[in-house]
Design a protein around this ligand. Structure first.
Ligand SMILES: NC(=O)c1ccc[n+]([C@@H]2O[C@H](COP(=O)([O-])OP(=O)(O)OC[C@H]3O[C@@H](n4cnc5c(N)ncnc54)[C@H](OP(=O)(O)O)[C@@H]3O)[C@@H](O)[C@H]2O)c1
Length: 257
């Protein structure tokens, strides 16, 4: 495996974990391309890091993802490392019939369906690379659901199982599959959330997360569980009911999705 001079695409790279990973890959002399829906956020990042490449592209839009793959093929002759990172989180009270159903479906579309879509269109490029890696950002909540965000937890657990399922399949095409399962990280994902539950956990700074990721990534680890996520993994096996209760003392959110 090579960890520098690679072409790296990060979906949702304009803030938080994606941006921290982008910085880490740039520090290690890689060509980094980031995407997001909001162009001004991408341009702000590019002002600070002129060497970064930006593409406005919505992971849920099939035509846009196809066009992104075509553009990257043309301009960069393909990618080596694809990071499915774009994601959102809604707090939802499943007992409320006034929930916005479209918003709930959109969360599944972004967090679970889109990594499958993005891989689909970038598969030919990964197959051509001599150093192909797919990295999926799921969550420590893939091990233990956070009741206040039930759709989110479901998408991350689905992403976790999809990742495990495709790993041996893509191995035969020389594509390494890595999963990053972050703990609570201090990012804008919580901007519209405001939950009492999550404030119990001290969020990890995004750059610390990126440093811990990098250490394990260059060791060749396939399932990367920084901080509290490694405890969630262990406890989900040893004492699943106990850890579920600990995480979910207040199962119903004060704000709705
Ligand atoms: N923060 C945490 O505690 C935590 C913990 C575990 C896992 N994660 C996961 O880490 C990943 C990154 O989250 P974050 O915490 O860094 O949040 P964030 O700062 O809000 O970043 C999310 C990124 O995804 C982009 N995005 C959202 N929807 C998109 C779409 N439809 N198409 C393209 N880009 C889209 C956002 O840009 P635009 O809004 O401009 O599109 C932004 O760049 C997510 O998958 C999240 O579930 C986060």
């Amino acid at each position: 495996m090579k960890y520098n001079n690679q072409k790296v695409l990060i979906t949702g790279g304009s803030s938080g974990i994606g941006l921290a990973l982008a910085k880490k890959f740039m520090e290690n002399d890689n060509t980094v391309i980031i995407t997001g829906r909001n162009l001004s956020k991408l341009e702000t990042v590019q002002k600070e890091f002129p060497s970064i490449h930006i593409f406005q592209s919505d992971v849920t839009d099939d035509a846009e993802v196809r066009m992104l793959a075509d553009d990257i093929q043309e301009k960069f002759d393909g990618v080596d490392i694809l990071i499915n990172n774009a994601g959102i989180m809604n707090l939802v009270d499943a007992g409320n019939e006034d929930n916005d159903l479209q918003k709930l479906m959109q969360e599944i579309e972004i967090n679970y369906n889109s990594p499958i879509r993005v891989l689909h269109y970038f598969l030919p490029q990964l197959k051509k690379s001599k150093n192909a890696v797919l990295i999926n950002t799921s969550s420590g909540l893939a091990y233990v659901p956070f009741a206040q965000a039930p759709v989110y937890s479901g998408t991350k657990s689905a992403l976790h199982f999809w990742t495990k399922g495709i790993r041996p399949q893509l191995k035969s095409h020389q594509i390494k599959v890595v999963e990053l399962l972050p703990p609570v990280v201090d990012t804008p994902i919580f901007d519209n959330v405001g939950s009492a539950e999550e404030s119990k956990f001290k969020p990890m700074p995004p750059q610390k997360l990126a440093n811990l990721f990098w250490k394990d990534f260059i060791k060749g680890k396939e399932e990367i569980t920084p901080g509290l996520s490694s405890q969630l993994k262990l406890m989900s096996r040893l004492a699943p009911k106990y850890i579920f209760k600990q995480l979910n003392k207040q199962p119903i959110p004060t704000t709705n999705g």
